[in-house]
Design a protein around this ligand. Sequence first.
Ligand SMILES: [Fe+2]
Length: 267
Amino acid sequence: MSYTTKSKLESADKISPVRCKGFGIQRDNGCLSMREAEDFRAECDAYIDEQIKEWQRDVASAHLPEKLEDFDWDVYRRGLLETAYRIRLLRVIESKAISQIAKTSPDAAKIWAEYEADEMTHDEMFLDDLVNSGVDISVINQYEPSLETKLLVGYFAYLLEHEGPLGVVSYSYLVEYVNVKMEMNRVDILSKLLSEPMVIGQRAHAYTDINHDHPTMVWECLSKLIKTENDKRAVFVYFDNFKKLLMMFMNGDDIKEGIKDSGNAIA
Ligand SMILES: [Fe+2]
């Protein structure tokens, strides 16, 4: 007998009430107890601390000069622009991650959405400092994101399509942990070098990361996405891959070329 009759459809629904999937009814918050999540976070933090040491050893431009005459304005400006582009491009793909997370863990998706609400328009802060460094907005708008920035965003797209949202969230934990630990000190040095009005945007961004405790916010989401021991191992792979991609940017042609045609540039 056909299932197209009304009575058969009704009875089929009663027999099989689990066809609707992927809306987070299980409220899957992962396999880690609170204690295990704390221990795993300490492991991740120690791992990133080692990455910071390697970064400072291997990336010459990680260090700011002591004198203004040694300051590379072109590279500085390009760094601000690419940071703004990263935020602009990643807010699109990170928004897509929310829908994937919501399918398994509404609690993690809610935290991730709150984090995105905090973060996704912060491109303006970096652009403010770029304009304050003397670059005309019409010049800024002529620049395409660097290939390395596009590759980073492309890697996010690959992760979402083929590995899930864990890698995307791991990137934010890496970045937020490093920012809270390092960024205010870097802004202080920059302020002494360039003057405080030149770094207002970067300081506001660093304050937000610290005062809103972005590392803990992202961690609360990330820890709920750990479903297996293999997921824990994957987080370290993601940290390594993001470090490689960011180092490609620091050593890439675009950052070295900087922003040369800087309109009303100060230097
Ligand atoms: Fe942040």
